[in-house]
Design a protein around this ligand. Sequence first.
Ligand code: FMN
Length: 330
Amino acid sequence: MSGDSHLPKALQGLRIPAVASPLFIISVPALVIAQCKAGVIGSFPALNAREAEGESPLLDAWLKEITEELDRHNQENPDKPAAPFAVNQIVHRSNTRLERDLEICVNWKVPVWITSLGARVEVNEAAHSCGGIALHDVINNKFAKKAIEKGADGLIAVASGAGGHAGPQSPLALISEIREWFNGPLLLSGSIATGDSLLAALAMGADLGYIGSPFIATDEANADQGYKDMIVDSSAEDIVYSSLFTGVWGNYLKGSVKNAGMDPDNLPDGDVSTMSFGSDREKPKAWKTIWGSGQGIGAVKSQGTTEDLVSRIEREYHAAYARLQDRMAV
Ligand SMILES: Cc1cc2nc3c(=O)[nH]c(=O)nc-3n(C[C@H](O)[C@H](O)[C@H](O)COP(=O)(O)O)c2cc1C
């Protein structure tokens, strides 16, 4: 991709201007490797790598596998190298593994660090200590300012319609408020599932799109077949915004809420004090049986490989650009 020389090196040269966002449970090495080989930044939450009690850290094994496989790919394909990968850290007091996971990521020189649910100076310092960059996700302009004050290099604006924990603000409002004072790397998260939407994100002022839910319906995703099918069969009206499941507002598939015996159109509010990312994170219904998804999945018409998905978005992105050029020609 040309026109990206203002960005940090790790975000340059992508096939399309996009990061495949981290997905709890779903993002595993097979998916991350496929995303990077397809030319977008692949990512996973560090907490997805869970070893049994007494075993050596699975995060270490995953980083070894991803690093070695991408190195091998790059040696064999010097003219078409893989994109770098990212690791997501949940910076919340209930994440008791954070310090250990930071150390492992520094050892493997993780190139892109994505932080969620808390901005902390020491996490950004850990990223910088091994040559990495830190991107922090935010749902409003106030949190965006705080994140940059604490040393993040870039921001992910999580707008309304995003899968998983999502903000309530329009992407148009959020991006333009942040762009008034911030000219560093800015990503847009929320319902980007077509090349047209990706181009729109750039037109708004974002540098890159942050794409999650469409990857759930890929062959490489670690998701139940029923979940993949529901992503293919659903569209925006099948998504419910609720705080019930984790205490934080997020978007979920109504079909999964119904399957769990609840009425998606009459859900009570949740309690933020119950939010937990410790070893019991799998116990709550959220994510295992209540399936997260953004509103953009109407564009996902079938399951396929990660390469198929990135190819489709790339084709649409270039077609949308050509269409706009025609439209704006004088
Ligand atoms: C099932 C699911 C799990 C998610 N898990 C995480 C996570 O562990 N960490 C995180 O930072 N974001 C997580 N997200 C949010 C995504 O990283 C991203 O913001 C979102 O998927 C983008 O919106 P989209 O799904 O509409 O493309 C999750 C999203 C979904 C759908």
